[in-house]
Design a binder for this molecule. Structure first.
Ligand SMILES: [Zn+2]
Length: 161
């Protein structure tokens, strides 16, 4: 999926909005695998639907404006707060690369696993069958990182895959 800057209005093939007016500072649109041009919001919806359908996705592991880990798509229109993450070193070609594993609640209510290796932001995400997991809460207060309090996250996913 790519973004393109354009001066000619591109009409979103899903919602009919003019893609060049979708964002205050970015003009552009996304191209779906089938070749349809869509606005950023529809692209996010498409990725969300594909996640539910496929059970896997390539997303980006980044920090939000508060410095917390989040998993999201390239445009940032689709984001999921990370509930737990861990770093480890991973041996690779005789050296070591950084590996980050993160877990988040996906659009289907399932607990998803994101794996990021090396310096790249791209993370391979996969739906897990995990039913329950304990993680740090999404915001500060009692249970903030390091306080020893954890939040229980439960998967509501009922699908078979
Ligand atoms: Zn649209």
């Amino acid at each position: 999926m790519t973004t393109t800057t354009t001066t000619n209005p591109v009409i979103c093939s899903r919602c009919g909005a003019e893609c060049s007016k979708q964002d205050g500072w970015t003009t552009g649109y996304a191209t779906l695998p089938g070749g349809d041009k869509v606005c950023f919001d529809c692209a996010a919806k498409h990725e969300r639907e594909a996640m539910i359908e496929d059970g896997h996705a390539i997303l980006y592991l980044t920090h939000d404006t508060n410095g917390k880990w989040q998993v999201g798509n390239w445009s940032g229109r689709l984001t999921f707060p990370v509930i737990w993450w861990e770093n480890s070193e991973h041996s690779c070609f005789g050296g070591y690369t950084q590996r980050t594993d993160a877990w988040f609640i996906g659009p289907d209510g399932a607990i998803w696993h994101a794996k990021n290796i090396g310096d790249m932001d791209a993370a391979r995400c996969r739906r897990t069958r995990k039913k329950v997991m304990w993680g740090y809460p999404r915001s500060g207060g009692p249970g903030a990182m390091g306080s020893g309090w954890y939040t229980k996250y439960t998967s509501t996913y009922t699908g078979s895959k």
